[in-house]
Design a protein around this ligand. Structure first.
Ligand SMILES: Cc1ncc(COP(=O)(O)O)c(C=O)c1O
Length: 261
């Protein structure tokens, strides 16, 4: 049975070996590790990844490491792949990646796994009996993205970096909102709990789920409530949209929250 390891805002939402050890039981088989993270934008350092890999190795656990945001890291953050940092995990690690984020090719539905041959062959069998295969046209498009000029990746990273800064600055300017600065992916995960239980346009949202409904109805802005990720009080906002729409959305968020009493 999957157990979510809840991380803390104070630690920039990075998971530690202590968090993992507290969640481990004698039935634990595998860890799903996501860095850069959706929804928090947390990026683990090389030393943190090394510690997690060594802990997994010591306890004979598998690690499935989802690296779909590996190109989207900002400032001095760096991406490190767990089986590269801890080579003894190579036989019990599965790396997931795809073209959705790096090349903005979500609709093409192409991703890949890197792992021990028997796992990959099992996964290929499973896929061939479920979805048959990824459409050939999509595979060709993915190949073109991966082997073509990578300048577009740098340009997108720069655009995201600019939008990240803008989103962080604007959210920090809203009273009662706190934020661990995201260092990767394209999300911000602010704490909105100070705005719960307040009267906003005749409604009094008690949860971020209710606040999300109110924001959609009254300000036409969409957030994903933290409840969806096991962290009520928070919300995920994406900055994978144009600069003007981002500023407009965050301005509306600040305006409507300031009406609360
Ligand atoms: C961590 C993570 N992994 C995988 C995916 C899915 O990517 P795909 O479009 O390849 O299904 C997402 C998309 O939101 C994601 O956030």
């Amino acid at each position: 049975m999957p157990v979510a390891v809840l991380t803390s805002e104070a630690n920039g939402f990075r998971v530690t070996v202590d968090d993992l050890e507290a969640a481990r039981t004698d039935r634990t088989k595998a860890v799903l590790f996501v860095s850069p993270s959706n929804p928090t934008g947390a990026v683990h350092s090389r030393a943190e990844i090394e510690a997690i890999g060594k802990w997994a190795s010591e306890h004979g656990l598998w690690v499935v490491t989802d690296e779909i945001y590996h190109q989207l890291v900002y400032g001095d953050a760096e991406h490190h792949s767990l089986p590269v940092v801890v080579p003894e995990m190579a036989e019990r690690a599965v790396v997931l990646n795809g073209v959705s984020k790096t090349y903005a090719m979500t609709g093409w539905r192409v991703g890949w796994m890197i792992g021990p041959p028997d796992v990959i062959s099992g996964a290929a069998n499973y896929q061939s009996h479920t979805t048959s295969n990824v459409a050939n046209v999509s595979q060709r498009a993915a190949l073109a993205a991966l082997t073509g000029d990578q300048q577009c990746v740098l340009e997108m990273r720069e655009a995201f970096e600019r939008r990240r800064k803008r989103a962080v600055d604007m959210l920090n300017g809203i009273d009662g909102v706190t934020l661990a600065e995201p260092r990767g992916a394209f999300y911000v995960f602010p704490n909105l709990s100070a705005h719960l239980g307040r009267d906003i346009r005749g409604r009094r949202p008690q949860t971020t789920l209710e606040l999300a409904d109110l924001l959609l109805d009254e300000a036409k802005i969409a957030i994903v409530p933290g409840e969806a990720f096991g962290l009520p009080g928070y919300a995920r906002l994406s900055y994978a949209l144009g600069d003007d729409a981002l500023v407009e959305g965050l301005t509306r968020l600040g305006d409507i929250l300031s009406e609360g009493s």
